[in-house]
Design a protein around this ligand. Sequence first.
Ligand code: NAD
Length: 302
Amino acid sequence: MPRIGFIGLGNMGGPMAANLVKAGHTVKGYDLSEPLRKAAAETGVTECNSLADAVVDAEVVITMLPAGQHVRTVYLGEDGAGDDGILAHAPNEALLIDCSTIDVDTSRNVAAAAADKGLSMVEAPVSGGVGGAQAATLTFMVGGPPESVDRARPILEAMGRNVVHTGGPGTGQAAKMCNNMMLGIQMLSVVEAFALADRLGLDRQKLFDVASNASGQCWSLTTYCPVPGPVPASPANRDYQPGFTAAMMLKDLRLSQDAAARTGAVTSLGAQAAMLYSMFCNSGEGDTDFSGIFQMIDGQSR
Ligand code: NAD
């Protein structure tokens, strides 16, 4: 079983590292946050006090970080020159797997810097949220050379259910941002339908009973329903505690808008979704689950 160095033990990385331990791997973990390092140690991860300690003898290095700037720093070092990050400290034969959701350019640049040093790297952003990370049912969208993806596959299968090789570097991030643009738009379509139903005097459960068996059916309705009641496990039933925060959704929508602007793709509904999530986050709700935007659209006070 390959020894693993895991950097970024947050909402997603913590349970993912725990599942690798459960699968029998030796996992050395590092996060800037000491409480998160301690929490990971309770699941069997070996606590490290520096990035270098976690990766120095790793056969596989996994990162699960907030955004592109963190990935750049963690791989290339503070000054970006590659002297002080994973590329400087990981063994030459190590496989590097970045599971963070970031922009395509950063992903490609870091992969190219790794290749320059003779290191194999894939990007493997995920779908499935914290629940999927805990239950080891994530979907991985893996961009990179086929031989590196083949090496990554058994490791990823210990943390998820689906591993899709999307193509070369950058395509995993492309798949992730396209999926989440669909999700943001889809959630808003469900939210607007419930807000309209309220005003028409249509019972929410009745709309759910109809739409979940009709052509309005979708994940945001049947698994993650944004109003309390119909789906007991959805965040709406726990005052919209995340789950997947509105700030994360906004980050992903901005990634897709930046990519659309660069490539000339028409994503007018994605732009509208980004604007509505900006308003929601600007009203102080960035840490609220993204389905909580129902309360803004419906005009209810929290
Ligand atoms: P998080 O903020 O909970 O965890 C990220 C961790 O990275 C933090 O604990 C932070 O301390 C650590 N970190 C940052 N810089 C570091 C550094 N230089 N060295 C070591 N540790 C560092 O975020 P999360 O919810 O776990 O999300 C991680 C990634 O997964 C994001 O890119 C996000 O878009 C993506 N994602 C999240 C979800 C979700 O539901 N939360 C779902 C799919 C994808």
